[in-house]
Design a protein around this ligand. Sequence first.
Ligand code: SAH
Length: 220
Amino acid sequence: MLKAHLQGIGMTSQRTRDRLIERLREEGIRSMAVLDAMRNTPRHIFVDEALASRAYEDSSLPIGHGQTISQPYIVARMTEELLQQGPLDRVLEVGTGSGYQAAVLARLVGSLYTVERIRALSDLACQRFRQLGLRNIYVKHRDGGMGLPEQAPFDAIMVTAAPEGIPLALVRQLRLGGTLVLPVGDRKTQALLRVTRTEEGYDKEFLEQVVFVPLLGGLS
Ligand code: SAH
């Protein structure tokens, strides 16, 4: 990949990206670490070239296979919520998709494991991480509904597709005090929740109303 492509021009230039960051700030994102990680992660690399000029709009975009790259505000919000518990060493993301959320997270945590059930997306995301020189991301082609037990426990888990309820298998793969940020609900609308593992089970907190693609079973 050409350096010029990574840097971007016109609608993908640093100036366009900076405007998105300014907007996220206006929308209430406070964490400088999150804003900087997003400023330094070129989102246009994570969408098809035909959509590159829209990469710095604050909207979700199609990435093929019926899936979407999340809206930047949601990426920022979920990342900020995850980091609230303090520095994170081992983190799991379920739903690699384009790889954008993983690339942002990887700049902020020790090791990032990310699982995706669609092989084509998983392979493409791997290539993008290599182009960006991100070496602390471990990509697995896997049904992530059951998490990644062999790498557990995690300090935090983020799910970027919506199950109908809180998957207990994922809660069990958190260390005590660890947090899980995920959308839960039906196909139309979901609640973004922050779940914290406790001695007795878990506590949950409602964050906001969101729309994600559903968490599906099996591989593709
Ligand atoms: N974090 C992604 C958002 C992708 S959309 C990004 O930044 O682009 C959600 C993704 O979750 C889709 O790619 C979908 O294939 C994947 N997914 C859905 N169910 C899954 C499951 N059970 N295991 C792993 N991935 C899943």
